[in-house]
Ligand binder design. Structure first.
Ligand SMILES: [Zn+2]
Length: 262
């Protein structure tokens, strides 16, 4: 099939909870991002409940071509094994690749050894590299500052470029690394709280001002963000930056054609 219908290109947020307390109490869901772009489906950061959230939303894991992990922390990786099992129909439909930083498959791998035989292979993510999955490509431009090896991603299809800024402390090269039309940002904190390596509201204001995407979507909220209501914070950041800023919610399906309207 050569014809690619891009009108349904979408990103589904399988959960907006970020960091320990939001995730362990499941105050919001924590299943990661499900991309469906140019007929290629990819699951990013399958945190706890990814299998529950995806099946509930009629997303079919067997249609996945890849599972990508930004880093090994539990809120991003807990459901890797069950999602590999689902992607491959229990090993009967061997396909798909798993992408992860080296320390996620090192001495304490996040993926069980018997499941590795179910997939085509594992690719180790490295700084500055690009990868191709089906009809889309992605790159991992810069290693983040976070307690374990972590990468965000820039995804490119024939029509769109969007970036996912996964967990990190703010650092200079961040903005140059993620210039794109759409920014998805993991914003855990209301205020910078060194030594915690996460982005806060003022960091996000700086990033959005600097990159000037057409739309920014905030997700992966910590407890204080949740208490202050993410949608109010998004509105405030929108006003400060002049950019359309959206707070994701559990199950939000963002259609990439919305980028053309903004
Ligand atoms: Zn983390």
């Amino acid at each position: 099939m050569n014809y690619k219908d891009t009108s349904s290109d979408s990103i589904t947020f399988l959960g907006v909870a970020g960091a320990r307390f939001m995730v362990t109490r499941q105050l919001a869901a924590s299943g990661g991002l499900w991309l469906n772009i140019c007929d290629t489906q990819i699951l990013v950061d399958p945190g706890p409940g990814s299998i529950v959230q995806s099946t509930k939303r009629n997303l079919v894991a067997e249609n996945l071509s890849a599972i990508i992990l930004s880093h090994r922390h539990l809120d991003h990786s807990a459901d890797v094994n069950i999602m590999v099992e689902a992607m491959t129909n229990g090993g009967f439909n061997r396909h798909g690749r798993f992408y992860a930083p080296a320390d996620a498959i090192g001495e304490e791998p996040v993926i069980y050894s018997y499941l590795r035989n179910y997939i085509e292979g594992i690719t180790i993510l490295e700084e500055g590299k690009s990868y191709i999955v089906g009809n889309i490509s992605f790159s991992t431009p810069v290693r983040h500052i976070h307690p374990v090896e972590t990468y965000g991603m820039i995804f490119k299809s024939s029509e769109y470029t969007f970036a996912y800024i996964a967990d990190t402390r703010y650092f200079e090269r961040l903005c140059d690394s993620y210039r794109s039309d759409l920014l998805i940002i993991n914003m855990v904190l209301t205020e910078p709280r060194p030594p915690i390596d996460h982005l806060s509201i003022p960091d996000v204001v700086n990033i959005v001002k600097e990159i000037k995407p057409r739309i920014a979507i905030l997700s992966h909220f910590g407890m204080h963000i949740w208490q202050e209501k993410p949608w109010l914070i998004a509105e405030d950041i929108s006003q400060k930056t002049g950019t359309d800023v959206i707070a994701a919610r559990d199950g939000l399906k963002f259609n990439l054609t919305q980028l053309n309207d903004s």
